[in-house]
Structure formats: C-alpha cells, structure tokens
Design a protein around this ligand. Structure first.
Ligand SMILES: [Zn+2]
Length: 44
C-alpha cells in the first residue's frame, strides 16, 4: 500500500466514528465491526 492509498483509507475508515462507509460498496459499517455486513469486505 502506498502512502496515498493509506491516506485514502484513513479518510474512509474512521475508527472513532459511530459508523463507517464501506469503500467497496458504500454500505454502512457499524462501529467495531471487522468487516462490511453488506459485501463482507474485511477492514482489519
Ligand atoms: Zn461493503
């Protein structure tokens, strides 16, 4: 992963937010969830 990609991921995944948007399907990922419930993308 390049620094630019890491920065982009940071912008999408905010661990302090109540919810996050999946970078793959733009679905809502609840706080603390290790993966997207909609498409299964693993975040951690
Ligand atoms: Zn997803």
């Amino acid at each position: 992963m390049t620094a630019e990609e890491a920065a982009a991921a940071d912008a999408v995944i905010d661990l302090d937010a109540d919810e996050n948007s999946c970078p793959a399907c733009m679905g809502t990922i609840p706080r603390g969830s290790p993966s997207c419930p909609d498409c299964g993308l693993r975040l951690f």
